[in-house]
Design a protein around this ligand. Structure first.
Ligand code: PEP
Ligand code: MG
Length: 576
């Protein structure tokens, strides 16, 4: 009999395939097949991870306080002994070479062999050492994660009907998945707008997140259906379910094809209102996907992805190359580049400060760059220099005070001044804007707009901060509700205030790419939407089949609702 597991819809669509569990340790591991020329450096990577793990354990052992329990010392020396055993520190090298696989996968395979041996042991003390072996392997995997490399020509060693099931995947991990094919993925952790889910959407495959314990419930190789639209996973489906979902899958694929027909059509409503539909990107190469989906401009370039997956800060020249590449690829169309937005779930390896007591309320977003002027100045100089090659706009994340805006503008002026002194060209009239992601910014948007040319509403964070629900915490994912009346009131206030003041306003959070909300946003007066490229065509279709005539009154009706359960049913009546 089939079982249905519920999670949170990550990315829409249907996939039918076999489960591939990512690993038994707390670190998830994928199986990559590497090109011949990368084998040697992969073995080196493994060796240096072993060395670094040994140094870590020895340092811990050397710093045990005198009054610590005696077991601590013996526990650490046992771990050092296990690490020094060739079964852990040498045999995986042979596997890397023989199977042309990544170091993590070789280690996991060897771990399985060792664990099977432990299971045979009858003596209790020795059998209990099984957990220690897992802990040592875990430590090596974490060190390896700190030295991860992008295997550009690697392939996932599975078929395309593979459903990847992981505990969690960090935004940095997800960047590596961009070139690897699988049919869908399911995670225990995360929420609908966690950065992992957003990146999953960028892979254009269905996903379900916040499953809590999928990795325990699902078995390797089991047949499952992933319904990324409903946020469910059906385990061992029967023939009727399979037939139903095969049909839905075919309809979904067909719909994707038919949407491509409007790729070059204008985004204009039936009554002639022109709407700007822009793409959100994480890396310069994502511009191609914006173009493939009929978008011309970029409303949000999350620049922090240039700062992840590396051990040091990108230099001014490296950043210049990336910003310039996007500006040139857009051929005069604008790109809004957001300054570094890290400190919550996106933590680069070079970042040593730690994340604070409550990362999302701590030193993150613009607060962090204002506290680290050298990082800020380098980025601003690179952005300004790139503005000589295309239409760049700069945007600051996570603003809560007008004082921060004044400080940011002073930083821009400082960067401009330094470039003038060096006779380096840049766009003197570059537009500067800010994100509205914190309720304080939404409520005081009129004050913000006295200093800024434009604002963009980041609904992912706005929902989080308005409802007090961590966007990445699977335990409260059911409370994360963009259709909450309080969120809608803030949205309405920001859009209407900006329109009244004659300033540009856009939405660049995930809400902008959800076709269910398109008519409501149009009714509130929104003309500029920025979303993941894979959503552009579906939203364009809604725009092109909408008459805005009565939408303002409909939006007011929705705003009059004070019970969150009544919002979606009324919203749905707009979409029939
Ligand atoms: C948002 O918060 O809505 C947003 C667009 O920024 P990010 O998702 O990168 O936090
Ligand atoms: Mg945000």
């Amino acid at each position: 009999m089939s079982i249905t597991l519920r999670g949170v819809a990550g990315a829409g669509g249907i996939a039918i395939g076999h489960v591939h569990l990512v690993s038994e340790t707390t670190v998830d591991v994928v199986h990559l097949v590497l090109p011949e020329e990368e084998i040697f450096s992969e073995i080196n990577r493994f060796d240096s991870a072993i060395r670094e793990t040994r140094t870590q354990l020895e340092m811990l052992w050397g710093s045990i306080p005198d009054n610590a329990p005696a077991e601590l010392g013996s526990f650490l020396s046992l771990h050092i002994m296990l690490l020094n055993d060739p079964a852990l520190s040498r045999d995986p090298r042979t596997l890397i070479e023989e199977q042309r696989c990544n170091a993590e996968w070789a280690l996991m395979q060897q771990l399985e062999v060792l664990l099977a041996q432990f299971d045979e042991i009858e003596e209790d003390y020795l059998r209990e050492r099984r957990a220690d072996v897992i802990q040592v392997a875990d430590r090596i995997l974490k060190v390896l994660a700190g030295h991860s490399v992008v295997h550009s020509h690697a392939q996932l060693a599975t078929d395309v009907d593979t459903i990847l099931v992981a505990h969690d995947l960090s935004p940095a991990d997800m960047v590596q998945y961009k070139d690897i094919e699988f049919a869908a993925f399911v995670t225990d952790a995360g929420g609908a707008t966690s950065h992992t889910a957003i990146l999953a959407r960028s892979l254009g495959i269905p996903s379900v997140v916040a499953m809590h314990n999928a990795r325990e419930m699902l078995k390797e190789g089991e047949l499952v259906i992933v319904d990324g639209t409903q946020g469910i996973v059906i385990v061992e489906p029967d023939e009727t379910e399979l037939a139903h979902y095969r049909q839905l899958h075919a309809d979904w694929a067909q719909k994707k094809i038919s949407l491509t027909k409007i790729r070059t059509e204008a985004a204009v409503t039936m009554d002639g209102v022109a709407i700007e539909l822009m793409g959100n990107i994480e890396l310069p190469q994502d511009v191609a996907e914006v173009h493939e989906n009929g978008g011309s401009a970029v409303g949000l370039f999350r620049s922090e992805f240039l700062f992840l997956s590396r051990d040091d800060l990108p230099t001014e020249e490296e950043q210049l190359e990336a910003y310039k590449a996007v500006a040139e690829a857009l051929k005069g169309q604008p790109v809004t580049i957001r300054t570094l937005d890290i400190g919550t779930d996106k933590i680069p390896r070079w970042f040593e400060r730690g994340t604070g007591i409550n990362p999302a309320l701590g030193l993150c977003g613009v607060r962090l760059t204002l506290a680290q002027p050298h990082i800020f100045q380098t980025q601003l100089r690179a952005l300004l220099r790139a503005s000589a090659f295309g239409k760049i706009q700069i945007m600051f994340p996570l603003l809560s005070e007008t004082r921060q805006i004044r400080q940011c503008l002073q930083h821009v002026e400082l960067a401009k001044q330094s470039l003038r002194e060096e006779n380096i060209a840049f766009d003197e009239d570059i537009k500067i804007g800010g994100m509205v992601e914190i309720p304080a910014a939404a409520i005081n948007v009129a004050g913000f707009l006295k200093h800024l040319s434009f604002v963009s509403i980041g609904t992912n964070d706005l929902v989080q901060y308005t409802l007090g629900v961590d966007r990445g915490d699977d335990q409260v994912a059911h409370l994360y509700n963009p259709a909450h009346p309080a969120v809608l009131h803030l949205l309405a206030h920001v859009i209407r205030t900006a329109n009244r003041m004659g300033k540009e306003v856009s939405v660049c959070g995930e809400l902008a790419g959800d076709p269910r909300f398109t008519r409501l946003l149009l009714g509130l007066g929104l003309k500029r939407f920025s979303m993941h490229p894979s959503s552009l065509l579906a939203v364009k279709e809604v725009v092109r089949t909408t008459d805005t005539g009565t939408l303002e009154a409909s939006a007011d009706q929705i705003l009059a609702i004070d019970d969150e359960d009544q919002v979606l049913p009324l919203l749905d009546t707009l979409n029939v």
